[in-house]
Write a protein that binds this ligand. Sequence first.
Ligand code: 5GP
Ligand code: ZN
Length: 116
Amino acid sequence: MSDCIFCKIAAGDIPSKKAYEDDLVYAFHDIHPLRPTHVLVIPRQHIASLAHVSAADEPVLGRLLSVAQKLAAENGSTDGFRAIINTGRVGGQEVPHLHLHILGGPEPVGPMVKKV
Ligand code: 5GP
Ligand code: ZN
């Protein structure tokens, strides 16, 4: 999608600190890291969110998850990590291109969500 910031990052039209890439996904360091390890993994193709996937997307969805452990370990999170996919308004998604957050570092990430 031409006006999507993450499509532009995957295409190399907007600079990013690359962590990994293959035929299906592109991974890069979050511009505002919340933990020592904070990598985003995105499909190369534009998928707006996890609320927009179909069975045809299963290969790329599997790849998003299967690269997570490698990216976490390579980027300072060798003893576990948290994977998050914020989805839509209720999920707090800010960028409307599906992305998997990989959060970690030497210390525990902390509580899963704050009590409201
Ligand atoms: P969301 O809230 O949509 O799940 O997360 C979007 C994430 O993308 C945020 O953590 C934000 O810091 C990150 N982000 C937004 N714009 C850019 C950008 O241009 N470059 C990089 N590297 N990260 C970005
Ligand atoms: Zn996009």
